[in-house]
Each structure stands twice: as structure tokens, then as C-alpha cells.
Design a protein around this ligand. Structure first.
Ligand code: FES
Length: 339
């Protein structure tokens, strides 16, 4: 009997085709782009170590195909968009969103050769402004795309932040998000600035936390005493494997607010969909979903988000690698504990 190859922690960082983590990622829908950024020209995309081209044909259908034309390797990033697909700029082969070649202008009119050429293509779906791709097995019958609440909920308001690309390995970012203690240290604010953040994540009074396994991954719950007896504040981070983080108020709603604002909790969820481009780069798509009553919630928040972005931009590459995750804030009765 053949022995199974041992997989070690270091394998998690490698996502190319045929690698253990690459096969794992290919069992999930990955974000390949955004509806907002997909114009009427093809977009080169690197995802899980594969060079691809995302496009929307003139009929509005979205396709994700191999970047190199199967004829002579020309980049389809420079292809022409047509009603039925994308046409290679070199000899004009036309491919639909399924990778099927539909036309070869250089062939005799009677030729049936085009029907025999099938280019690499992956199924895609749009949800809440994000474009997801499935790159795994059984592409004729892929698993359903999860209805992530932040993307699928028709109520509330949604905001999609600027797409960010980072030049380090995806796992550094994810495992940092599961580490709440570093937030009270590396990201500690002036202890006397009066904000909820410096109180909750006090360097000298680090909130205790639990890591709780869930069906989709893990939650990390940090706690501090609440405003009334038998209550406590719970700061919750959720991790949906392999690469989605739901974090919130530390970086967002309550970033600069006074401690008293904690009593209202939060109506905003802050989701990060991480897509590894390869072993040295990943792209972060950040979605905020607000379900509270304020119709101008995101407009009011814009100044503090601009401040936060400027602060992040000043960070060096090394400290950026360590930039921490925050969480969604809730007040829980003390007796309702996750375990
Ligand atoms: S290289 Fe694309 S059609 Fe020839």
C-alpha cells in the first residue's frame, strides 16, 4: 500500500497547483475581482499561482480563463471583448466564458477544428459586488457559493473598501488575525486618550480570551466587565476557513470613540476576504455591512477611516506584516458563554 505523503505546517504557505494547501484552497470559492473594478477590457488576475484573465463579455457574462492563448501563448489580457467572449489579438481565436473556442478566422470556412479546442476556464459567480471563482475539481458541478450575510443580505447598507494587494504570504496575515494579545501590545494606543480601544485593549490589563472551534473555523472571544452587573463586553473575531476574517470595531466603528460608546454595541460587521495570488502576494477585499438605523453611517465614518488608512500607509513593510485584526463588539450577559 502506498504511504500518504506527510504534510507539515510549512506546506500551508504554498498554494500553487498540486500543493497540499493549493488543493485545499481549490475546494472553496475564491474572490477573483470586484464588479466595480471590472471594466469593458480584460483584467489580468493571478490567483493561487495561476495566471488568468477576468472579463465580462458584451452580453454581460463574466469569464475567467487562462491568460496564455492555447494557440501561440499570446496574453488574452490584450484580447478584444465581443458578444460571445474574448478574442485573442494575435490570430483571432474567440473563446467563450467556458473556454470553448468558437471561431478561428485563419481556418477554412468548412473547418470544425475550433470545436475541438477548449481553453482553461473556471466557473465564476457574483455576490454582493465580489466575483468568486471555483478552481477545484468537479467544475461542472461545483459546491454552492456560501450566502455570506455581509454580501447576500438585502437589508442594511454595504460598503466595499479599496482593494489592497500585499507582498507577503497569506498565512502571515491570517494567523496574525487569530492572535488577540498582540493587539494590546503592538497596536496599543495612548492609555489616557479616553477611547474605548485603549480601555478594552489595555496593555496593562489585557482582556482574557477564548478560542472556540466552530463548524466553519474558529472564533476568538476577548472579554471585559460590562456596564452593569452580570454583563460583559465581548469582542469577537470569526475565522471562516481557509481565508475569511470577520473583524470589526477596533479598526472601525469604535476606533476613536469614547468608552461610553461601548454600551451601544455595534451594528456593523467588517469582513475581509483574502485571496492568495501566489506564495508571496495576496489580495484583500474588505466589505462592511451595517444594519443599524443611521442612513449616513458610512459617510460619518469616512474621516476616521481616512485617518486609519494614513496610519497604515506610514507603517513599514515589517510592521505591516504584523498589523493586527480587530473584532466585532457585543455586550453579552455574563452567563452566556461560548463554553
Ligand atoms: S496566439 Fe492566440 S490565436 Fe494565435
Amino acid at each position: 500500500m502506498r504511504k500518504a505523503k506527510k504534510v507539515c505546517l510549512a506546506d500551508l504557505a504554498k498554494v500553487g497547483p498540486g500543493t497540499p494547501a493549493g488543493q485545499w484552497f481549490r475546494r472553496y470559492w475564491m474572490v477573483a475581482g470586484t464588479t466595480r473594478d471590472l471594466y469593458d477590457i480584460p483584467e489580468a488576475v493571478r490567483l493561487l499561482g495561476e495566471d488568468l484573465v477576468l472579463f465580462r463579455d458584451s452580453n454581460g457574462k463574466i469569464g475567467l480563463v487562462g491568460q496564455s492563448c492555447p494557440h501561440r501563448g499570446t496574453s488574452l489580457e490584450y484580447g478584444d471583448i465581443e458578444d460571445d467572449g474574448i478574442r485573442c489579438p494575435y490570430h483571432g481565436w474567440l473563446f467563450n466564458i467556458h473556454g470553448q473556442c468558437l471561431d478561428m478566422p485563419g481556418e477554412p470556412k468548412s473547418s470544425k477544428f475550433a470545436a475541438k479546442v477548449k481553453h482553461l476556464a473556471y466557473p465564476v459567480k457574483e455576490l454582493g459586488g465580489l466575483i468568486f471563482a471555483y478552481m477545484g475539481p468537479h467544475q461542472d458541478n461545483p459546491p454552492p457559493l456560501p450566502k455570506y450575510k455581509a454580501l447576500a443580505d438585502p437589508t442594511g447598507q454595504r460598503s466595499l473598501e479599496a482593494t489592497r494587494v500585499y507582498d507577503y504570504n497569506w498565512f502571515n496575515f491570517i494567523e496574525n488575525g487569530a492572535d488577540p494579545v498582540h493587539f494590546s501590545t503592538l497596536h496599543r494606543a495612548d492609555a489616557n486618550d479616553g477611547t474605548w480601544r485603549s480601555w478594552f485593549f489595555d496593555f496593562h490589563d489585557v482582556p482574557p480570551f477564548d478560542a472556540v472551534e466552530t463548524t466553519y473555523g474558529m472564533k476568538v472571544i476577548s472579554r471585559k466587565p460590562g456596564p452593569a452587573p452580570d454583563t460583559e463586553y465581548a469582542d469577537v473575531k470569526s475565522f471562516a476557513l481557509p481565508s475569511i476574517l470577520q473583524i470589526g470595531d477596533t479598526e472601525f466603528t469604535h476606533f476613536k470613540q469614547p468608552k461610553e460608546a461601548l454600551a451601544e454595541g455595534s451594528s456593523n460587521a467588517h469582513f475581509m476576504f483574502l485571496a492568495p495570488n501566489d506564495d508571496e502576494h495576496f489580495t484583500l477585499y474588505t466589505v462592511n455591512h451595517y444594519t443599524g438605523p443611521d442612513p449616513e453611517f458610512f459617510q460619518k465614518l469616512a474621516p476616521s477611516r481616512a485617518l486609519e488608512r494614513r496610519r497604515k500607509n506610514r507603517m513599514t513593510g515589517a510592521s505591516m506584516r504584523l498589523f493586527g485584526a480587530a473584532s466585532a463588539l457585543r455586550i453579552l450577559p455574563a452567563k452566556v458563554r461560548s463554553r
